[in-house]
Design a protein around this ligand. Structure first.
Ligand SMILES: [Zn+2]
Length: 404
């Protein structure tokens, strides 16, 4: 509840790293608290990353495990002056937020709440998001550190802690020093429901199509002018609206999604995001976009187009499948914590998707954060405690599996 009161909203319009300097306000507090626990190498670097080590309590040679979460909150909803409220022993009713009574966290819209009756629930007050995404993850890792320092009898290998800025604007791991991090594999704490374990994310490209028209004086344009806007508009009608788009897909289905369009007579540009769990499908989708663009210029003789593709991130499963122990340890740790691991895919990317391809295989563990990026955001204290237990058990499982 202390962490969410520090404003760490990321700024998508900034080129600095971190995107908003106020993110460091929380990171400084975290470093101070880690130092006070006795974690003496805790440091905040110039780019806004916190690195720290929980030293090994065993001599056994085991892999170095990293636990990672992000300090920033989403720019979609205000994160200024967050007033967290603790609802002790939640009774199953809708939660009306006091600072704006039109904001109600209802069990109808949030059926997960009904599974959390009796838990202590934290919400915001109605004017802001809560910031459980991902300060729940931060709190879990801080609690894990404190617990391990206070319980030296629990044998484990070296643990690295990483807190990142700017995850919400897709720049979370841009400046991570993997050498300095020095971990063999890791886990992000940024998932939702208790028991969910995410080992798969989208593969993602950006794609830009630019149509070129031919300009002419409108009074003397007959058989000369080709209006790029009209080519682009026709092209847009070729995109299906009942399949292959975000509003009509779920589960393992991919999509193409025009996110921005701008243009004039001479030139019109459409930007897409292209998503699928199967990386090979991205090229297929891009080829299909190309043939639709061709169909559009065929209809408007004289027009031309260019198509360019920018790789964004890849499905972390491609890496995790090569190192199956990373998911296996987590599954075993869930079972030891009395949870049935439910393996889920993320219809998006996480810091873990990028970290996996940077050499740190990194699935995502639940935190209990729900209703994220909104004023209805909430988190169960007991879900966070359960996640701490899972992390401790991951360390125990790892030590046991590497015992010879
Ligand atoms: Zn998050």
């Amino acid at each position: 509840m202390r962490y969410v009161q520090i404003d760490t909203t990321a700024d998508p319009n900034s080129d600095t790293q971190p995107s908003s300097m106020k993110q460091k306000d929380l990171s400084k507090v975290l470093v101070q608290e880690l130092l006070e626990m006795g974690i003496l190498d805790a440091e905040l670097d110039e780019h806004g990353y916190v690195y720290a080590t929980i030293p090994a309590s065993s001599d056994k040679k085991v892999p170095v495990i990293c636990f990672c979460s992000h300090v920033d909150t989403a720019p979609d909803c205000s994160g200024t002056n967050v007033k967290p409220i603790l609802h002790k022993s939640y009774n199953g009713n809708d939660i009306v937020l006091p600072d704006d009574e039109s904001i109600v966290i209802s069990t109808k819209n949030h059926p997960y709440l009904l599974q959390r009756i009796g838990d202590d629930i934290i919400t915001a007050s109605g004017k802001t998001l809560l910031g459980a995404d991902d300060k729940a993850g931060v709190a879990i890792i801080m609690d894990l550190a404190k617990y391990l320092i206070q319980h030296p009898e629990i044998e484990h290998g070296k643990v690295r802690i990483l807190f990142t800025p700017d995850e919400e604007i897709g720049r979370g791991v841009a400046k991570v020093d993997m050498q300095k991090l020095g971990a063999d594999f890791g886990y992000t704490l940024d998932g939702g429901d208790r028991g969910h374990l995410e080992g798969e994310s989208f593969s993602a490209d950006g794609c830009t199509i630019v149509f070129q028209g031919v300009s002419a004086h409108p009074g003397y344009a007959k058989n000369k002018m080709v209006n790029a806007q009209k080519v682009a508009a026709f092209f847009m009608t070729l995109l299906p609206s009942d399949t292959w788009c975000p509003e009509q897909t779920e589960g393992y289905q991919g999509f193409v999604h025009p996110v921005h369009m701008e243009g004039g007579l001479e030139e019109a540009k459409i930007q897409f995001i292209v998503r699928d769990f199967d990386t090979a499908k991205l090229a297929e989708y891009e080829t299909k976009l190309g043939s639709m663009a061709q169909e559009a210029i065929d209809k408007f003789p004289g027009a031309t187009y260019t198509l360019s593709v920018q790789e964004q991130y890849r499905n972390m499963r491609e890496i995790l499948d090569q190192q199956p122990h990373v998911m296996a340890f987590a599954k075993e740790a869930y079972l030891l914590s009395g949870l049935n691991p439910e393996i889920k895919n993320i219809r998006g990317g996480t810091d873990g998707s990028r970290l996996s391809f940077m050499g740190l295989p990194c699935p995502n563990i639940f935190t209990g954060e729900m209703g994220i990026h909104s004023k209805q955001e909430y988190v169960s204290v007991q879900d966070m405690e359960k996640a701490v237990e899972v992390c401790v058990n991951i360390l125990k499982v790892c030590l046991k599996r590497y015992e010879i």
